[in-house]
Design a protein around this ligand. Sequence first.
Ligand SMILES: [Zn+2]
Length: 337
Amino acid sequence: MVPSLQVQLLAPSGCGRAVARMHPSSPLLSGLPPCAATTLCAPDIPRQVLPQIPVKRGGPQGAGVLGVHLEGPFISQQKRGAHPEAHLRSFAADAFCDVLATYGPLDNVSVLTLAPELEHSQEVIRALTARGIRVSLGHSVADLRTAEAAVQSGATFITHLFNAMLPFHHRDPGIVGLLTSDQVPPGRRIFYGMIADGIHTNPAALRIAHRAHPQGLVLVTDAVPALGLGNGRHTLGQQVVEVEGLSAYVAGTRTLCGSIAPMDVCVRNFLQATGCSVESALEAASLHPAQLLGLEKQKGTLDFGADADFVVLDDTLHVQATYISGELVWQAEAARE
Ligand SMILES: [Zn+2]
């Protein structure tokens, strides 16, 4: 089944406190296993927020955290999505020092998204990779050649494929072309996040990606704190977001700002869209993200010696119970009777 809960931390911006807490009752199936995505706001915020989100084990009080996924500020102006333009940055000449000055210590970080077309990005990718931090490409206008160079420098992940990047073009497929590139170093696998919330990615696009490169597909929720709060106005860091049905927009615009679909919804959407096996759909939410993070011996598997983090699902893939380290931490009403 599935290994662990997911924490999606989007935009701690401005809040000065971590929002990376997901109660285990959240019917999540694990995306990046307890990993988090952070959208930035004011420049001094990451240095304040990151120390508040230590890597930790999960338990009855909430999901574990395997590390933070940082998105921004080193991303493209043109493909910034919901990221406030005023906070976007390019790298200074002493690029990795600039990264450290921006974020502070990176001890709690497991994934960092950047736009590889930014000058000095290659040296940053090499430095991050050497520290064991996964580099992800996204919010970018990179062409395929630039994306391939980034992969050769160590990048292994693509942030929410198709969203916030150049659309596929047959003469230059851009970052999307990495799914079938012949320039990926032997023995390396490119992983890519897909938001299968039914809003961010058309089912046909899901099928294209899945059929081109099924082993790299990682289901992500891209969830914002408004997940589970219903229609109306909510906050995303310093921004106000408007939730309408299944979509979350920057208030007053039609700019999507993350999703409000929990992981089990994404798994069911993905299964329906691709017609893949149940096992494949579950692996996209469990095994693949664990492999991306190099944790496949502990997470994303029920093999001997692995952490006993798993979710019990019924035949329709609705969550019945959640276990962390072999301990029952949540159970659906119906399952209790
Ligand atoms: Zn993003």
